[in-house]
Design a protein around this ligand. Sequence first.
Ligand code: AMP
Ligand code: ZN
Length: 490
Amino acid sequence: MKHQLRVYNSLSGKKEVFKPLTAGNVGMYVCGPTVYSNVHLGNCRTFISFDIIFRYLSYLGLKVRYVRNITDAGHLENDEDVGEDRISKKARLEKLEPMQVVQRYTLDFHAMLSKFNTLPPSIEPTATGHIIEQIEIIKAIIKAGFAYEVNGSVYFDVLEFNKKERYGKLSGRNIEDLIHNTRTLEGQSDKKNPQDFALWKKAESQHIMRWTSPWSEGFPGWHLECTAMSTKYLGQEFDIHGGGMDLKFPHHECEIAQAEVIHGKSPVNYWIHANMLTLNGKKMAKSTGNNILPNEIFTGENTMFSKAYAPPVVRFFMLQAHYRSIIDISEPALEASEKGYHRLMEALNYLGDLPTGAKGDFDLDHWQDKCHEAMDDDFNTPVLIAHLFDAVKFINSVKTGLQSIDTIQKERLIKMMESFSFDVLGLEKPLKKPIPSDHKLEQTIHLLIKLRDQARLDKNFALSDQIREELLALGIELKDTKDGTEFQFE
Ligand code: AMP
Ligand code: ZN
């Protein structure tokens, strides 16, 4: 089947046929996290959304250079041009060196994303590693006449830019409304206009993260970082730029303005924005406290849900919504996803053991085309999952003898099911039958622990070892501690 991938482009507000700038290759830049605290589940959703895009482009045989940065300086509180740097603030509060903060939360970010089985990007540049490139861009913007220096800080002149190109075309805002609605914040009096944004800020004496520049000892503006890193690794024009919906304005709007004035062209062909994960109907966010950390869900140590949910279940839950829809996390939704995920994995597990016979009437070509059509239609994972469940229904009916499958069909079905589930959706191949995390199982393990304790008291070590080893083979590890025996699922 010939694929015609269509991608919703936030810039045009339409689904467009995806055509890379260089045939066979894709350059994709995704705004990474600001590493000043643990990533919450909402952040993870955005990165899982782009993991799907990365996986599917690769599945189509495209060579993707996926750049996702780490913001380790310049992102101030409230996304404004005044206020404290988020990382410096955390460092001050915890009496740490800022780079310790960066290291701690970068490690957390990587650990969480790997639990979710997301693939690492091809390049992961940091903002602090690209100060020189950022200074060069500021010089070019000043030279082009679109930035000005005041008291050691440099600002982008939005009104001047708007004379040349419309400012606000990505987010659908217009400059008159912006002027009308922008508050003049204290400390922004240096700017000619409140909607101008900082390219370089002179550091106040207490600001720890600072670099030398032609204008002052200071630090770069947040929007500039992404222009510097995307241009360096993907060029002046590249295929895809992504991030969460909340980054459209001002962050991405400012990136477009910066790149356009120095390169004279729009930097990105397809702007892709992933929608938000909500909790109790409100956006999950670090600042409001309305959030849950991935580990709190995986361990069950939280006050919101009655039990733990495994990473692939949470990933599956997210993929059951399209990346451009809002999803609200709730216990009934997670429970439904857990059931669905296990049903899919069970079918995948016994697919290899299905008895073969006469050719069945499941049209594999047609089914595969439908799966591709779903993903070709702006990466529609919920529709793909619905098709996977059609196959599960068929597998189950072969199992119960209502339908049949021949060996050729079976081999093909195994390949297709595995490739859609594991390569495209990034679900994890279970090594054994999935263990439902319900109380009955826990009580059964406790019973076995008791029997093992008794066996040890009786000096029947052969039996006590057998219990431990056979549980381990099932993926249940016993650990003897001073407070008794504990267990964990591998
Ligand atoms: P930050 O670390 O705040 O720069 O955010 C990292 C990424 O997470 C950005 O792409 C945000 O758009 C995204 N993000 C933040 N909150 C949410 C949310 N509730 N749901 C989905 N994505 C989010
Ligand atoms: Zn960015």
